[in-house]
Design a protein around this ligand. Structure first.
Ligand code: NAD
Length: 279
């Protein structure tokens, strides 16, 4: 197994803390000794016992103030589905630059960035028995996917130019349970999401790396090398839910043809899932 070094768990700041992924990982991180400062432009439904800063990631002054003294920033804030180029560019690309620049300015040494499988969504599903490396080249399927490729590029820049320790997590399908046949390969369970972020935060190997965010699914076609290199050891397997999928999930469900062709599934179709503020 690859050697990993771990740093002490201290005060971290987490953007997008009112979102659904954050609700899975914050309690997990707190249980493991992190002090989590939460930042979001929206008020949280549940503050989860944390200190909160209500601010936009566009507000550079507030970011620098909030980030000062933190050991790491976990950056989740963003638009998580397809949207107009203007919205995606402003929130996901400009917003990530704003977060990394604030972290650099106040000396935060580490950043864990939420990337996505859709940064490489048009990558063909590999043949049985083959796996895709964590850093398979970007092949975005949407403006959203382009923004996640840009998140990775920004992370690489801040690692190389400024010596920041940056881990980009290519999260696949983070749901409470697998929703369709594709997710028997791509699922990331809530508990494994907690393990993934804990590993990314506590590993002190430094530099820049890209790691798949996927559970240890029997049908996974993702390399686990990057995960091992940061000490991420997923425990859940989507196969346990294979018999519970709705009858139409394996066949007629929207996007099944795309699911078989490309790792980004229905996001590769002419009508990818769109972000809605009401959703
Ligand atoms: N959930 C998944 O399966 C998945 C998969 C791949 C990648 N991701 C990424 O993980 C991150 C979190 O996803 P999620 O599912 O929790 O999305 P979400 O929409 O539930 O949460 C996003 C949060 O970001 C906040 N936000 C948006 N713009 C902001 C701004 N300008 N300033 C401050 N806060 C802002 C929102 O208020 C929201 O609370 C996103 O970057 C997403 O692209 C998620």
């Amino acid at each position: 197994m690859t050697e990993t070094t771990h740093v002490a768990r201290g005060r971290i700041v987490l953007t997008g803390a009112a979102g659904s992924l954050a609700r899975d990982i914050i309690p997990y991180l707190r249980d493991r000794g992190y002090e989590v400062l939460c930042l979001d432009q929206a008020e949280p439904a549940d503050p989860m016992g944390c200190e909160w800063v209500i601010a936009s990631i566009q507000d550079r002054d507030r970011l620098r103030e909030a980030f000062a003294g933190c050991a790491a920033v976990v950056h989740l804030a963003g638009i998580p589905l397809e949207a107009s180029w203007e919205e995606i560019a402003r929130t996901n690309i400009d917003g990530t630059e704003s977060v990394l620049e604030a972290a650099r300015a106040v000396g935060v040494p580490k950043a864990v960035l939420a990337s996505s499988i859709h940064a490489a969504g048009f990558t063909p599903v590999p043949h049985r028995g083959e796996t895709l490396p964590d850093d398979v080249p970007a092949r975005p399927n949407t403006f959203y996917g382009v923004s996640k490729a840009a998140v990775e590029a920004l992370g690489s820049l801040y690692a190389d130019r400024h010596g920041m320790d940056v881990v980009c997590l290519r999260i696949a399908s983070r749901f409470s349970t697998p929703q369709n046949e594709r997710m028997l390969s791509t699922w990331l369970s809530p508990a494994d999401a907690g393990r993934l972020f804990d590993a990314a935060l506590s590993n002190a190997a430094g530099g820049f790396r890209i790691v798949w965010g996927v559970s240890r699914n029997t049908r996974s076609y993702f390399s686990r090398e990057g995960g091992r290199s940061i000490g991420f050891h997923p425990e859940d397997d989507a196969e346990a839910y294979a018999h519970d999928l709705p009858a139409d999930a394996a066949g007629a469900a929207q996007g099944s043809e795309w699911d078989q062709r490309c790792i980004g599934g229905v996001f590769c179709s002419p009508e990818p899932p769109m972000f809605s503020r009401q959703a």
